[in-house]
Design a protein around this ligand. Structure first.
Ligand code: G3I
Length: 340
C-alpha cells in the first residue's frame, strides 16, 4: 500500500522508471521495478540503432522483453524515442555521410522508420516520445531563430519541419497513442529560461497549426550544483496544460559530485538535503498540474544509472543506492505522494 505506484494510483499519477532488460535477471532490480512503478520506459531498446541494426531488418526482441515485463506487471509503457540525433544505426549515419543516402531518401527512410515502429507497438504504447532534444542549449553555437538547434542531424538534412512531420507520421500509425515532444532543461532548470521559452513558442505553433501533438515531456535531469526552480517548473508545465496539452516528467534524476569509487558519497554534505529536496520539487510541480500524467525516474538504482559513465566524478542520482536500498530521495518522493 506504501509503494510509489500504489500511492500514485490514488491520485491518478503514473510513477514510472526506465528499465534495461539486461538487468531484469537481477531479482531485486526486477522486484523493485515491478512493485514500485506503474509505468516503464525502455532505456535504450526502442532507439533506432537497436530496432533496425541492419537496414530493413528489424529487431524488436529487446523492446519486447520490456513490453512483456510491463504486461506481466500491469504497467503502462512510455515509448522512447522515434526521432533523435543519438543512437542512430551505423548504416544510416554512414550512408548519409558518404552520400549514398540523399536527403530525399533520408526523409523516406525516417518516415518508414516511424510508421514501422509505431505500427509494431500500436495499442501497446501509452505515450511516445516522438521527437527528442531538438532545441539548442546556451552552449550550442548555431540556434535557428526558432531556437531549434541548427546543428541537429535531422534539422541539417531535412529542416525543422521534420519535427511536425514526425508527429503526423506517428499519428497515422497509432492514432490513439499520446504523442510527446521530449527535451531537457525546458522547465525551470536553466537560469534565463531561454530554451524553455523557445520550446513553448514552437509547441504552441504546432498546436495552432493542427499538428497532432498531445504532450510535452521535461526530462528532469538535475544536478545539485546548478540552480533549479520548482515553482518555475510548475509554471512552465502549466502553460502547456493551458494549451490543452498533457505534460510529464520523463527522466528524473539528481546527480551530485561524489568522492568514492562506488559513486555514493557526496563531496558536498549539503547534497544529502539537496537531492531529496529537488526530487520533491519536481514531483510537486507535476502534482500541482492536473494534466501532468506521469513522473518517471531514469533508472532503478545507482548501480545501473547512466550518470557515472557520462559525468566524471558524479553519481548517487537515483532513488536506490548501489545495493538497491532506498535512498533519502525515495522517502521524499514517497512522502510527497502520501500527502498528495
Ligand atoms: O550496447 C552496447 C554494448 O554492446 C557495448 O559493449 C557497450 C560499451 O560501451 O555499450 C553499449 O551501449 C551503451 C548503451 O547505453 C546501452 O547500455 C552505450 O555505450 C551508451 O552510450 C548508452 O548510453 C545511453 C545513452 O542514453 C546514450 O545516448 C544510456 O544508457 C541512456 O540512459 C541514455 O538515455 C538518454 C535518453 O535516451 C535521452 N535523454 C538523455 C538520457 C541520458 O543520456
Amino acid at each position: 500500500p506504501d509503494s510509489l505506484r500504489a500511492l500514485g494510483d490514488r491520485v491518478g499519477l503514473a510513477v514510472g522508471v526506465a528499465v534495461a532488460p539486461g538487468h531484469l535477471d537481477d531479482p531485486d532490480y526486477a522486484r523493485i521495478a515491478a512493485e514500485q512503478f506503474s509505468s516503464v520506459t525502455p532505456e535504450n531498446e526502442m532507439k533506432w540503432e537497436v530496432v533496425e541494426p541492419t537496414r530493413g531488418a528489424y529487431d524488436w526482441a529487446p523492446a519486447e522483453q520490456v513490453m512483456a515485463f510491463a504486461q506481466a506487471n500491469h504497467q503502462r509503457v512510455r515509448g522512447h524515442t522515434l526521432v533523435w540525433h543519438n543512437q542512430l544505426p551505423g548504416w544510416l549515419t554512414q550512408g548519409v555521410g558518404n552520400g549514398t543516402i540523399s536527403d530525399t531518401e533520408l526523409r523516406s527512410v525516417l518516415k518508414r522508420h516511424i510508421l514501422a515502429e509505431v505500427s509494431h507497438f500500436r495499442g501497446r504504447v501509452w505515450q511516445w516520445d516522438v521527437a527528442n532534444e531538438f532545441f539548442a542549449n546556451a552552449w550550442d553555437p548555431n540556434p535557428l531563430p526558432s531556437g531549434v538547434n541548427g546543428d541537429n542531424f535531422w534539422v541539417q538534412h531535412l529542416g525543422e519541419g521534420v519535427i511536425a512531420d514526425a508527429f503526423r507520421w506517428a499519428h497515422q500509425a497509432d492514432p490513439r497513442a499520446l504523442l510527446f515532444y521530449n527535451d531537457f532543461n525546458i522547465a525551470g532548470e536553466d537560469g534565463d529560461n531561454a530554451k524553455a521559452d523557445a520550446v513553448y513558442a514552437f509547441v504552441r505553433r504546432l498546436v495552432r497549426a493542427g499538428v497532432p501533438i498531445d504532450g510535452v515531456g521535461d526530462q528532469g535531469h538535475l544536478d545539485t550544483q546548478y540552480d533549479f526552480s520548482g515553482e518555475r517548473m510548475r509554471a512552465d508545465l502549466q502553460r502547456y496544460a493551458d494549451l490543452g496539452l498533457k505534460v510529464a516528467i520523463t527522466e528524473a534524476d539528481v546527480r551530485t559530485f561524489v568522492d568514492d569509487a562506488a559513486h555514493q558519497n557526496p563531496t558536498n554534505p549539503l547534497a544529502k538535503f539537496a537531492q531529496p529536496y529537488e526530487y520533491s520539487q519536481m514531483l510537486q510541480a507535476c502534482l500541482a498540474v492536473s494534466d501532468c500524467l506521469s513522473f518517471t525516474v531514469w533508472g532503478v538504482g545507482d548501480a545501473y544509472s547512466w550518470v557515472p559513465g557520462w559525468f566524471e566524478g558524479e553519481g548517487a542520482a537515483t532513488l536506490y543506492d548501489v545495493d538497491l536500498q532506498p535512498r533519502p530521495a525515495y522517502e521524499a518522493v514517497q512522502q510527497d505522494l502520501r500527502l498528495a
